[in-house]
Design a protein around this ligand. Structure first.
Ligand code: SF4
Ligand code: SF4
Ligand code: SF4
Length: 273
């Protein structure tokens, strides 16, 4: 049932299209999974392209929701075309926002070796995984791996009503403490909750799993401090680096820690320790 008015104000149903690049398509699936509210959600929009859900296609859209990272030259070209048609381009999920788990291959600094390990001699084109904003301007990001459907619905409703979209500035810890969870550091598990942007309702700590930082850094996150805390809890540099580099949002901190660790190893080796 189409929504025509909200509080007496006529609503414009924007034409939207969903696209995917290098991704597992889990973010799009999150939207389709929400059966309880899916019809209400779709009544706010005119979906013209959504490969995972319908066979119709159209190049006439105002908002493009784009999932996935860019790992090939043809993907970069296709993304530029989408950008040229969309008034608003939304990066949806960690792959689109930061490169996501796909960017883990970048850490080997040797793509030929990575290709050989994964595909053997099968000819395949692949480049370093990049977030969308490395290729085109992005208007809005929806964080998470996967995105949280309730958050997508809230953001889309705000867009349709012409309201601004505000992400939580505070970290996951705030939601975790509000939920009265036991802090995982007390159970011997590392967690990036103190520095990761909230909005997931502390999804992982609520299931007794430390946060891996899929939503990227919170505003004014003191990442150096959490690295010191993990170090004090005797987590190895490798464990900390693994966690920081998993989704790409903390890439610069992971890189800095890697350099620091390599320098300290070299110094110890020279000193014969
Ligand atoms: S962000 Fe996560 S769930 Fe979404 S497409 Fe990437 S890997 Fe899949
Ligand atoms: S479990 Fe993680 S998110 Fe929860 S309070 Fe501890 S550090 Fe913060
Ligand atoms: S707890 Fe951390 S890793 Fe888990 S969903 Fe939230 S931000 Fe992502």
């Amino acid at each position: 049932m189409p929504v025509e008015k909200y509080l007496g104000v006529p609503l414009h149903r924007p034409k939207v299209a969903f696209f995917e690049f290098t991704a597992c398509e889990g973010c799009q699936l999150q939207i389709l999974n929400n059966e309880a509210t899916l019809l209400d959600f779709l009544s706010l929009l005119e979906v013209v392209t959504f490969r995972e859900a319908m066979k119709e296609r159209s190049d006439d859209y105002e908002i493009a929701f784009v999932e996935g990272s860019i790992t090939r030259a043809d993907e970069a070209r296709r993304l530029k075309v989408i950008r040229s048609k969309a008034k608003i381009l939304v990066a949806m999920g960690s792959c689109a926002c930061f490169g996501g788990v796909n960017q883990l291959k970048n850490r080997f600094n040797n793509l030929a070796w990575v290709k050989e390990q994964v595909y053997g001699t099968f000819p395949i084109e692949t480049e370093e995984a990049r977030p969308l904003e490395d290729v085109v301007p992005v208007d809005l990001k929806i964080y998470g791996c996967p995105v949280k459907k309730e958050e997508v619905e809230k953001i889309v409703t705000n867009l349709v009503l012409g309201k601004s979209v505000n992400h939580p500035k505070y970290p996951v810890c705030m939601e975790c403490m509000a939920n009265d969870n036991i802090c995982l550091y007390k159970l011997g598990e590392p967690c990036l909750g103190p520095v990761t942007r909230a909005g997931c309702d502390a999804w992982c700590p609520g299931s007794r799993r430390g946060c891996w930082g899929c939503r990227g850094p919170a505003d004014a996150a003191n990442v150096d401090q959490i690295i010191s805390i993990m170090d004090e809890h005797k987590f190895s540099a490798e464990t900390i680096i693994d966690r920081l580099e998993c989704f790409g949002g903390f890439r610069e901190f992971a890189e800095a820690l890697k350099k620091k660790t390599a320098t300290s190893k070299t110094k110890k080796k020279r000193a014969g320790k």
